[in-house]
Design a protein around this ligand. Structure first.
Ligand code: PRX
Length: 657
């Protein structure tokens, strides 16, 4: 692999010699208690996948049994054919007959310190009631519902209510803008929106309902109704005949809603995520396979115990909030902590206070958050009792060894295994991660694959490369929670994931990686034009489109540069239209514009004005050069195809904006 970014990273990883075996006490109680046991089970899952997955699936409730575990006609996978189930019944009703009935399912804390707990019985009642609200508003099986809520219990309630009646939810992260809602509405054809007046973030109210109104200002299109949760109590306008308050609609319906059976392949949700080109892709997940995958990975990787208090810090707007706040943990009957707000409100000790007060035993978060805490100082975690923690997890981006060590020592007190989970929106659930009671860990590697996951590092021809050689990360066979397509776009589905290794039927992840001599995977990161900013995926092309839509901009190219906290920062090279001035004001206006077009997370950290962008003779922007310029590196490699060499010198000289 010639990409210098991949080789640099590999060299830095190669010097990592620290190995941390699972703590003996943890291993003794763990579901998978030794490496030999993992290897035996992994082998079985690869040699007899049907047997393995059927066993996992049979721990769930099926209203009709499946007659075939898998049908695979690349790229179309169908799991548990003929089987019928209700996903919400599995996450709720299944727990009501025993002691879990009165166990806390959701332990909620809002940013302003309001608290609320919902037992499984109470959550069940709320979900049934809201399912009846949806039905009363004309939502039926297969209809799409857009959910745009803060990170509050109603987010999980509305997702599960959709699942209960076979409606397909599409959650839009509350940090996304009105334009983003509009695009997702148009693509998904959602007929109902569930939102809130506002949500709390850093002491301010995020005006969710106002954003929905702005998205619908040019006409409601197919949207027939908007259900509005009262959360922040800010003023909002309700359009009569279309908008209703959640609490008023809920008061009019019963809390009885029997769980109907749906086909295992019935669509469960669409979640939009960035790709290397064009607008975000609507990743489609279905019911049976997704639930089996998230159920099994939650159970094994967090080694869940009945008395755990589990906290995944992700927002429901991302896939982690779907699989590991909602479906996986609730299918396992866990107590899930949900915290609505920012980690530094009212001060930088908020998370540690949450852990102390709620006696959190499992913490699952992103490296970007860990790096921010390191910067804020050890005094914050040191000021709280974190002894309830027994397992730590990370997700979303490669974790740098220093952050890993800090997490282990300062947060985990040196006693908690760290589960570094590699996966994607598309994979639905964890794919590569250490088993906490079995796999020796090293800072920076997600270690080895989950059961049934045939991951490999291959060259461009699809041939597996040797140990410690960089290449592309592929998955060589289907797995239950894999995406079933890009909503409404089978050609893009084929092109984005299956084209590169078509003859072999491999799924291409978009990531570069290497595998060491012990079989551990070291993920380098995206090798396509997708950025990972603070653990969130952003397409460079989306940001470029937003920039060129601004009247001052002629052309734009967006690249990532290393960022100490966020992993990657966004740098935009912009050429302006004639008569426009390259000034700080213009740069600020452009940053703001991207914020309103996509959302605050996409705001460029730096705008660099250029009189031209480096292009090949055939007119392609040379991103490799821009990346090097953006990160202040010396430009290396082949520049002979560059149309005008003087552009490079001018770009390097162009200062910070
Ligand atoms: O590049 C990988 C990185 O995040 C991408 C997936 O992003 P998304 O679909 O938004 O899902 C994020 C939450 C699962 C991957 O292609 N990534 C995710 N987890 C890790 C990671 N990179 C390295 N190590 C990880 N543990």
């Amino acid at each position: 692999m010639s990409d210098p970014a991949i080789s640099n990273n590999i060299e830095s990883h190669l010097v990592e010699n620290r190995v941390f075996p699972p703590p003996a006490e943890f291993a003794q109680r763990a579901r998978v208690g030794s490496l030999a046991e993992y290897e035996r089970m992994y082998r079985e899952s690869i040699d007899e996948p049907d047997k393995f997955w059927a066993r996992e699936a049979s721990e769930l409730l099926w209203q009709e049994p499946w007659d075939q575990v898998l049908e695979w006609k690349c790229p179309d996978a169908r799991w548990f054919l003929g089987g019928k189930l209700n996903v919400s019944e599995n996450c709720l009703d299944r727990h009501l007959s025993g002691p879990r009935r009165d166990k806390v399912a959701i332990d909620f804390e809002g940013e302003p310190d309001d608290r609320r707990t919902l037992t499984y019985a109470q959550l069940h009642a709320e979900v049934c009631r809201f399912a009846n609200v949806l039905k009363a508003r004309g939502v039926g099986a297969g209809d799409r519902v857009l959910i745009y809520l803060p990170h509050v219990p109603e987010a999980a309630i509305s997702m599960l209510a959709c699942a209960r009646i076979g409606a397909v939810h599409s959650v839009v992260f509350g940090g996304f803008s009105a334009d983003s809602i509009k695009d997702r509405l148009a693509d998904s054809g959602a007929k109902l929106i569930v939102t809130a007046d506002g949500g709390w973030r850093r002491g301010k109210i995020v005006p969710l309902k106002a954003n929905v109104d702005a998205a619908l200002k040019d006409g409601d299109g197919q949207v027939e109704g908007v259900v509005v949760l009262r959360r922040a109590e800010n003023d909002v306008t309700l359009k009569s005949g279309r908008d209703v308050w959640w609490h008023e609609a809920a008061a009019e319906v019963s809390a009885d809603c029997p769980a109907e059976p749906f086909d295992s392949e019935h669509p469960l949700f669409i979640l939009y995520t960035s790709g290397s080109t064009g607008k975000p892709k609507g990743i489609l997940h279905t019911s049976g396979g997704y639930l089996v995958g998230t159920y099994a990975t939650t159970k094994y990787y967090f080694d869940l115990r009945e008395d755990d208090v589990y906290w995944c810090t992700a927002d429901v707007g991302w896939v982690t909030g779907h699989s590991y706040v909602t479906y996986g943990p609730l299918a396992n009957g866990a107590t899930v902590l949900m915290y609505e707000g920012a980690p530094d409100t009212p001060d930088q000790g908020r998370w540690w206070k949450l852990i102390e007060e709620h006696r959190v035993s499992i913490l699952y978060t992103a490296p970007t958050a860990i790096r921010a805490f390191i910067k804020w100082g050890d005094k914050w975690p040191k000021g709280y009792d974190l002894s309830s923690l027994r397992l730590l997890g990370t997700v979303g981006e490669p974790i740098n060894p220093e952050a890993w060590m800090w997490y282990r020592e300062l947060i985990g007190g040196g006693r908690c295994p760290i589960v570094d989970t590699w996966w994607q929106t598309e994979t639905g659930g964890h794919m590569i991660a250490p088993f906490p009671g079995a796999t020796p860990t090293k800072p920076g590697t997600a270690t080895r694959p989950f059961f049934g996951v045939d991951a490999a590092v291959v060259d461009d021809a699809g041939v597996e490369v040797g140990p410690n050689v960089g290449g592309k990360l592929v998955i060589r066979r289907p797995w239950p929670s894999m995406l079933r397509g890009i909503y409404g776009d089978p050609a893009r589905f084929q092109q984005a994931y299956w084209e590169d290794y078509k003859a072999r039927g491999y799924y291409f992840t978009g990531d570069g990686a290497r595998r060491d001599e012990h079989g551990n995977f070291w993920i380098v990161g995206r090798i396509d034009d997708v950025l990972n900013v603070a653990g969130h995926r952003l397409g460079t092309s989306e940001i470029e489109s937003a920039l060129v839509a601004h009247p001052a901009v002629a052309e734009a190219a967006v690249v990532g540069r290393p960022d100490e906290i966020k992993g990657q920062g966004v740098v935009a090279f912009v050429t302006l239209k004639g008569g426009q001035t390259a000034s700080k004001e213009t740069a600020d206006a452009l940053k703001k514009h991207v914020g309103t077009s996509i959302g605050a997370i996409a705001r460029p950290d730096q705008i660099r004005f250029a009189d031209a962008l480096p292009k090949t003779r055939s007119g392609k922007i040379m991103r490799r050069l821009l990346k090097q310029v953006a990160s202040g590196q010396t430009v290396t490699g082949d520049t002979t195809t560059l149309e005008d060499l003087s552009i490079l010198a001018r770009l390097q000289a162009s200062g910070e904006e």
